[in-house]
Design a protein. Sequence first.
Length: 443
Amino acid sequence: MTADRRSAFEELRPPLTESDALLEADRCLECGGPYAEAPCVTACPANVDVPAFVAALARGDRDGAAATIFAENLLGGTCARVCPVETLCEGACLLVHEGRRPIEIARLQRFATDAALSADTPLRRSRPRNWYRVAVIGAGPAGLVCAGELAARGFDVTVYDERVEGGGLARFAIAPYRLRQEPLPQELRALTHLGVKFELGLAVDTPDALAYMESFNDAIVLAVGMGDDTDIAYPGDSLGGVWNSLPFIEAIKNGAPPALGDSVVVIGGGNTAVDVAREARMLGAPRVTMLYRRTRAEMPAYPHEIEEALEEGVEIEWLTVPLRFVGGESLTGVECRRCRLGPPDESGRRRPEEVPGTEFVLQADTAVKAIGQRTRTELFGLIDGLELDHGRPQVDPETGQTTNPKYFAAGDVTNGGATVVEAVRAAKIAARGIDAFVGRRLS
């Protein structure tokens, strides 16, 4: 779909009607069984039983479908909108291997979960309270799911976050054509009904705050995600029209999109850079150009999203690095230099080498740096015995426990930035780890 046919707030995956959902659910082959899991389930990091919930929809049992989803994914409504299903469940659908269109699993999941959330249907039945306390630092996807999983197990859970609204990355940093605000408010309300308590607008960022929290909690979960945009400076950074990616997306989601002008340059090659570029086109910028220092083969964004961006009119300058931002008070251009690929670096990818004498200026009224996010090392330094690996807490992959036994971690804080559904998976691991940890202490 071209940019002139879709606005910046028109959803990538609009809801299905009831009749369309029934017809789509009827297409499912309901593969898998007691001896072999269905490929779509195997491909789902949250381990949602896709054939079961789709079969429930085909029977007209919308509540049963939602219960099946929430049994494994307490953020099933959000994931229905933002999951890269093309590389996960839908990409694994057996219909694809038959040359047919895959089941629209994401839209069916949205159909089921939206109805349940709108009706305030309980997500789960909770076990009796066990009176053990857990603090979750961070109200992003990993923190919310871990808190919900623990509350369902009977724990007394409180989620702390420096922002006054919960949701973290999903609320503030995912482009609105994927996720505006709904269903996060409904999911937060459902987690409250499950027993989760929230202390929002309260930063946990001092030794005293952590010591106080440690004094009355049996475990603490680090789910703080990543921090601000990576601080890579170029000459001219202070010019009007130069943005970092997170404030840029947040401004759009808060209903105050910036005036872009005729030409937008996006620096970066990841999924956030692609989101920024596509949003700029949807906001009406006639020309949007991404700068990436390697070739398409090395670009970390999902291949299908790169293709969609190109179809929507985004241009990509491969093997190109920015040198400086050009302009008077406001941006007028980005000076760039061409690259070639040299030997592999420590990541295994071929290292870009700048080619002197290939400089050129790309016209730009707006430039957005989407190069990545920094880790929250300032918080980690306050925790005794917390060992880091590349600036991130070391965790036991089977339990989510850090090298300080009282602390567990999940989500982007441990993997450096991944999908919401990967955060769900990690949060479930941490919740099970905490349950076992408290049990061992009591035995």
